[in-house]
Design a protein around this ligand. Structure first.
Ligand code: ADP
Ligand code: MG
Length: 237
């Protein structure tokens, strides 16, 4: 019965995500199509053509950014939910973002205990990639990013701290709201995707933030007693 339930939840996540993605990418693609059709007439002044090409490219970049917020780790046949070792998976995401952090003079530190939670590994990674990317983007002039995972009995608590631009009360309140972004080229979807994934795993999150001081995100996930698959088993699936 437990396996059945997990399967159903999994299907639900997948179909919800698929529906959102196709919805989100349709807009920029429609715009690109429209401008290309206009260009196809071949009767536009040179400057207009250049402007339309620029808009089309910007919209394609936007579509790319949306796909990154949802599907960075997507595989053709995603696995169902499974026990996840948070330290191992957070380490993988940290490895991905560390070059980007160093480019922005950001020091990355971590203290990761081996806690186990139940979820879909791809979504888990997507969730933390989106959150860590936000922390890095909050420190355009450098800083420190700290990630910790701690076992607390029935829960695994993950904290992400940065000493970046911080958030106002209003921004904290709107965190996770679709399209809410303070960035010029932001999608406003990364936090929403992360929050949805946390909720799907039965977790909760809180934000502590001060403008120009920094932000700490605390994510609490239910701990599992199951054993995560070995690296080999994971790679095979
Ligand atoms: P995007 O990154 O594309 O703007 P997100 O949904 O990922 O969209 O984030 C929404 C908004 O939340 C950001 O634009 C930013 O204002 C705020 N935010 C998220 N994380 C942080 C953080 N660590 N520090 C400051 N602001 C943040
Ligand atoms: Mg983001």
């Amino acid at each position: 019965a437990r396996a059945e339930l997990m399967k159903m939840e999994k299907m639900q996540i997948v179909s919800q995500m698929a529906a959102s993605i196709s919805h989100e990418i349709r807009n920029p693609l429609t715009v690109v199509k429209g401008f290309i059709q206009l260009l196809q007439t071949g009767r536009l002044p040179r400057e207009t053509e250049e402007r339309y090409i620029r808009i089309a490219l910007e919209e394609l970049e936007r579509a790319e950014a949306i796909i990154r917020d949802y599907l960075t780790f997507a595989k053709p046949a995603p696995k169902e939910t499974e026990p996840i070792d948070v330290a191992t998976q957070l380490q993988k995401v940290l490895q991905m973002i560390t070059p980007m952090a160093h480019m922005h003079s950001i020091h990355v530190s971590s203290s990761l205990e081996h806690g186990v939670v139940i979820g879909n590994v791809q979504y888990f990674q997507q969730c933390f990639l989106n959150l860590l990317k936000n922390s890095i983007e909050a420190m355009p002039n450098g800083g420190t990013l700290h990630v910790a995972a701690e076992n607390r009995g029935a829960s695994v608590v993950i904290t992400i701290s940065d000493n970046g631009v911080g958030m106002t009360k209003e921004q904290v309140r709107r965190f996770g709201e679709p399209y809410f972004s303070t960035k010029e080229k932001g999608t406003g979807l990364g936090a929403m995707v992360a929050v949805k994934i946390i909720e799907q795993m039965g977790g909760t999150w809180t934000i502590e933030s001060a403008v120009q001081k920094g932000t700490t995100l605390t994510i609490t996930l239910p701990a599992s007693r199951l054993r995560p698959p070995t690296a080999e088993q994971s790679a095979a699936g």
